[in-house]
Design a protein around this ligand. Structure first.
Ligand code: PLP
Length: 287
């Protein structure tokens, strides 16, 4: 795979950073994953905006403007197309605060950020028909992460531990519940549910990442006059929902068939899911 490191393109195996990089020592950085399908990115400007917001939130000055980032994304997509031999290439972008001579919690103001990117083979998007799609079996767990989950930080240990909790139970993901008994998100996805025939997803706040797929789903459904309620959702409502879906750049919209021991709806991908994925697919490159 071809990588981008500090203004140069090179083979990923040759990319090297200093162990004194604050990204390595502190997880002090921001990242993005941008999906591309047949060379076309999905939600590119929204991904770049979220990265800019994250960098501003942690006081790293954005090393590139939007058109320079777009250039890096399209170059990485093109350069990786042949080697990866798939139409679904993910572009990983990462900006860390940079290298300092001493390890110290406080950061200096004049450090040059480290910029890293590479292309990787993404999972194939879900099949679009109820009979063909592979649904997910997920775990449910108390959300034990920090209070700044809206920042797409490279400090992912909380998410990694929650994801692994699911894996160790033989599950595909872990949905998280806060101390008030409300759903926040999953370890690497946002959550939607169909409750009393209404499509519901938790509202944006510090407890969850503002997923680009989540927003594209909401925007495309609204364009078609389908109502989406952004409201808090309890654990009981989720377990009793007619349908549950997870959204992310790689999963797009994927149905959840069970949560721990609880079967969701009829235990098969739902009709509302099928309709909404179809609408999403019609809008995802144009929104
Ligand atoms: N929530 C978390 C914690 C994530 O890491 C991700 C991204 O992988 C998502 C939600 C989904 O975000 P997006 O749709 O932008 O990929």
């Amino acid at each position: 795979s071809i990588a981008f490191l500090n203004n140069a393109y090179l083979p990923l195996q040759e990319a090297r950073i200093s162990p004194m990089d604050r990204g390595f020592l502190f997880g002090d950085g921001i990242y993005e994953v941008i999906p591309t399908h047949h060379g076309k990115p999905v939600g590119l400007s929204a991904h770049l905006k979220r990265m800019a917001n994250g960098l501003a939130a942690i006081e790293i000055s954005n090393p590139f403007d939007a058109s320079q980032w777009q250039d890096i994304v399209s170059t990485l997509t093109e350069q990786n197309a042949t080697a990866l031999a798939t139409p679904y290439i993910g572009i990983y972008l990462h900006v860390s605060r940079g290298v300092e001579p001493q390890r110290h919690h406080a950061y200096g103001q004049d450090i040059t950020p480290t910029v890293f990117g590479y292309g990787f083979a993404m999972a194939t998007p879900p099949k679009t028909k109820r009979e063909e799609v592979t649904g997910l079996h997920v775990a449910l767990s108390e959300d034990l992460r920090w209070q700044r989950c809206h920042i797409k930080s490279t400090s992912l240990l909380g998410n990694v531990m929650h994801y692994q909790q699911g894996v160790s139970k033989g599950k595909n993901e872990t949905i998280l519940v806060n101390q008030q008994g409300e759903i926040t998100e999953a370890a690497s996805c946002n959550v939607f549910a169909v409750i009393n025939d209404q499509i519901v997803t938790p509202p944006l706040d510090h407890q969850l990442l503002p997923g680009i797929t989540r927003q594209l789903v909401i925007d495309s459904l609204r364009k078609e006059g389908v109502i989406v309620r952004e409201r808090r959702m309890t654990k009981q409502e989720l377990l009793n929902a007619q349908e549950v879906w997870l959204t992310s750049s790689s999963k797009e919209i994927t149905p959840v068939l069970s949560i721990d021991e609880q079967v969701i709806g009829e235990g098969s991908p739902g009709k509302v899911w099928e309709k909404c994925l179809d609408i999403y697919n019609r809008y995802k490159f144009v929104l």
